[in-house]
Design a binder for this molecule. Sequence first.
Ligand SMILES: C[S@@+](CC[C@H](N)C(=O)[O-])C[C@H]1O[C@@H](n2cnc3c(N)ncnc32)[C@H](O)[C@@H]1O
Length: 445
Amino acid sequence: MAQQGQLMITPHIAQNSFSGFVSSSLDDILGKLLEGDLDFAQDAENSTMHNLHAFPAKYPPALPRLFIQHLTQPGEVVLDPMVGSGTTVLEAIRIDRHGIGVDVDPLALLLAQVKAAPPDPTRAFQSGSSVCNRAYLMLQRERPSLRREMRRRFDDRTLDFLDYWFARETQEELVALLLQIETEPDPEIRQFLRLCFSGIIVTKSGGVSLAMDLAHTRPHKVERKTPRPAIEEFAKRLRKNVASIQQTGRSPGQAAILCADARALPLRDNSVHLIITSPPYAANAIDYMRAHKFSLVWFGYPIDRLSSRRKEYVGQEASQYDLPLPLPESAQQVIQRVCEADARKAKVLERYYQDMTRVMREAYRVLLPGRCAVFVVASSRLRGIDTRADLCLSEIAQTVGFRVAGVGTRCIRRDRRMMPASRHLDNSSVIEQRMHQEYVIGLIK
Ligand SMILES: C[S@@+](CC[C@H](N)C(=O)[O-])C[C@H]1O[C@@H](n2cnc3c(N)ncnc32)[C@H](O)[C@@H]1O
């Protein structure tokens, strides 16, 4: 997996600023794009590679594609500092741009990495099929050694977690699969197989675990759930994912997926031609780790360490950034309103807007002068109060030096994008309607 600071952008790309020449026309282009149709309601995903694994709050691939096509040229650098499932990077490299994706979430990094550098489908299929066969053999012949392997790999707290959420037979099947996946020497194929493995656990229904509804609510255990046979599920997922990478193929552009913090990017000043991203919702409306830990524990992350990683995500209560930053008037007012209803939630919201100030500062630093940044945001509600993410983030962007070229709106299809609002739309409520909209903030450096 990519480590901090590993990226090298070739000097002619990093220094290739057309700012004087392009900036006035880019301004116009960005303004027009923001006024256009950003719903993409009719847009069929043109790459099944975007569906290799479930991920909350993905945006439609057509959204980054539109801005990348119109605001960059082949060979230029497109950055998504909170890349999630890797939508931006895949769309960038498919049209011969250099894609850089940054995230703190280990599952997001794995997914983005596989999308950016998929293995050869034939070899991946052969390797995955052989993993299944050898895992079956282990189950038949070496069951007791699988239990010993579990005790060797996992600490007591992690074993308790696994015992609670996974049936005994499922645990044995999963550890047999893991042991076989780890013998694959090709790193691209190995990462792809790990992604297939994770994909049978992190699903809306909880996959082969005993959890229900991993995507939407706090997961709860269903004792009556008949565990699905893990190796069989893995084989199905393998076939589906191999078909996806076969259909899409390898992309012409280069990609770098970095494990880093959007508030402290390991990139040079003025080195990026376009930023397009969608940050987490205000005040942790989606807890990424809640579902992701169900597969990450199997990859060797102790359960306690995963819980403590939460503080690395933007907007978390416990954060390594303690020095408060001044916030614009709009953000202060919303925080004040929330504070009157709930002081603790107001603190979380304040933390979110401060973290987003740091994200915006970094975005401004690494972007080339005259170039564009696009932030796709949704507003969430705290104690019934709209957090006005569109307004507050636009003002925050201005405080760090950006010019706001415009703010577009788009409707979110509830079956496509997981939202922090209630599931039943009350059309009479203005706030409810706003919760089903996203804002596309267009910025210029
Ligand atoms: C809304 S999701 C992005 C979804 C993405 N646009 C897609 O299509 O898949 C937000 C992402 O921000 C990431 N994130 C949260 N805090 C971060 C931080 N401090 N640095 C980098 N990424 C962060 C989360 O892990 C999550 O993957």
